[in-house]
Ligand binder design. Structure first.
Ligand code: PMP
Ligand code: GLU
Length: 398
């Protein structure tokens, strides 16, 4: 048989999705498993949004739309960006796709030439690194551990840029760390990107989830120069509990958006019409449900962080956004728990799921082996049990 694609053969499967499958399998076998692996809101999609989807079916909105989405959807996206992020985009600058993951992938496909470098702050979300490689690019890592609040500095960014650098992927608030850049920090990074003329792929999918009454700043709101360099990526999955509907979008200068639309026209020929109608309702309808979910996430974060930091040998920073906690393993590494030697984040996550049936994601998936990621996008009862089991497990540390 002929050799299969080298690019495809080199892709590692998504470990966040793999851990979710493992958890679901354990549940299906009747085990008392607890899932903190995948970052997926446990809430149901709000009824008004579901009804918009049902209405779209009844009204026969069941045919192809423009490849980059309906005018109705694009206008609702522009409205939300204006109201929430203080940025003005025209519908011609918006391209909807089948999830923010898809939008990110298409954006990279449209920006990169073979050998182009893309700067990636570490810890990074698992899919970025593979998507860069799938697009012929080379990821260039910039380290930001908990000692620097999981944030890269403008000096680090500047030092990482070469004449091959095409873009940086900046995820704010961050998956997996939950950190949020302040306006000043963001401005300093944006200044470097503009001065060195690199694109900013700004993944702001968690922008609705910033806690402690802190404001969120969209990088595109920092001025025309910055906006001209930015490809904003967002979607409905996290803010509206719509992971299965698969709608994401890019907002970018019209010439970039045109390329993205052309690319989409030959790959998906538009996202599902039913999902587009539901997403339009999500963006333009009442935002009350977003506030309700936000309050629940904040309470869960507070509880999880307090419990975790009360346990010896492990710790975490208090994340300011998204719905993840990075648990630091420095005090556990090189030791054993119930006969399991802990030499890596994968060792810990594997021992923990075997012994206590608690699924978490090893930090190695995010380029950060000193940590394990917990998602608190699950109910309080599960979080309570998860923390109890963590406490019991860590007591057996030798
Ligand atoms: N970006 C980040 C940082 C994420 O955590 C996710 C979650 N899967 C996505 C993008 C993609 O979201 P979706 O494709 O469900 O819109
Ligand atoms: N973004 C979520 C996570 O990191 C969902 C899983 C995925 O799309 O990889 O867990």
């Amino acid at each position: 048989m002929k050799e299969l694609s080298r690019i495809a053969s080199a892709i590692a499967p998504s470990s966040t999705l793999a851990i979710n499958n493992l958890y679901k399998q354990m549940k299906a076998e009747g085990k008392d498993a607890l899932g903190f692996g995948v970052g997926e809101p446990d809430f149901n999609t709000p009824d008004t949004i579901k009804l918009a989807g049902i209405r779209a079916i009844i009204d026969n909105q069941t045919r192809y739309t423009a490849a980059s989405g309906t005018q109705e959807l694009k206008e609702s996206i522009c409205l939300r960006l204006r109201e929430d992020c203080g940025v003005e985009y025209a519908p011609a600058e918006i391209a909807a796709a089948s999830g923010a993951k898809h939008s990110l992938y298409i954006a990279l496909q449209c920006l990169l030439n073979p050998g182009d470098e893309v700067i990636l702050p570490v810890p990074y979300w698992v899919s970025y690194i593979e998507m860069i490689r799938m697009s012929g690019g080379i990821p260039v890592m910039v380290e930001a551990g908990h000692e620097q609040d999981f944030k890269i500095t403008p000096e680090q960014l500047d030092a990482a840029i070469t004449d091959k650098t095409k873009a940086i992927i900046l995820n704010n608030p961050s998956n997996p760390t939950g950190m949020v850049y302040t306006k000043e920090e963001l401005q300093a990074l944006a200044d470097v990107c503009v001065a060195r003329d690199i694109y900013i792929i700004a993944d702001e999918i968690y922008y609705c989830l910033v806690y402690d009454n802190k404001p969120f700043t969209s990088i595109a709101s920092l001025g025309d120069d910055v906006k001209a360099h930015t490809i904003l990526v967002n979607g409905v999955s996290k803010a509206y509990a719509m992971t299965g509907w698969r709608i994401g979008y890019t907002a970018a200068p019209a010439p970039v958006t045109k390329l993205i639309s052309n690319y989409l026209s030959h790959s998906t020929a538009a996202p599902s019409t039913i999902s587009q109608a539901a997403a339009a309702e999500a963006f333009r309808g009442s935002q009350e449900s977003v506030k309700r979910m936000h309050a629940a996430f904040e309470a869960r974060r507070n509880y999880m962080v307090e419990r975790m930091n009360a346990i010896d040998s492990i710790s975490c920073l208090k994340p300011q956004g998204a719905f993840y906690v990075m648990m630091n393993l420095d005090g556990v590494m090189g030791r054993t728990i119930r006969g399991h030697a802990i030499g890596s984040s994968a060792d810990f996550a594997s021992a923990f799921v075997q012994e206590e049936m608690v699924a978490t994601v090893p930090g190695s998936a995010f380029g950060a082996d000193r940590y394990v990621r917990w998602s608190y996008a699950t109910d309080m009862d599960t979080i309570r049990k998860g923390m109890d089991r963590l406490e019991t497990f860590i007591k057996d540390l030798k």
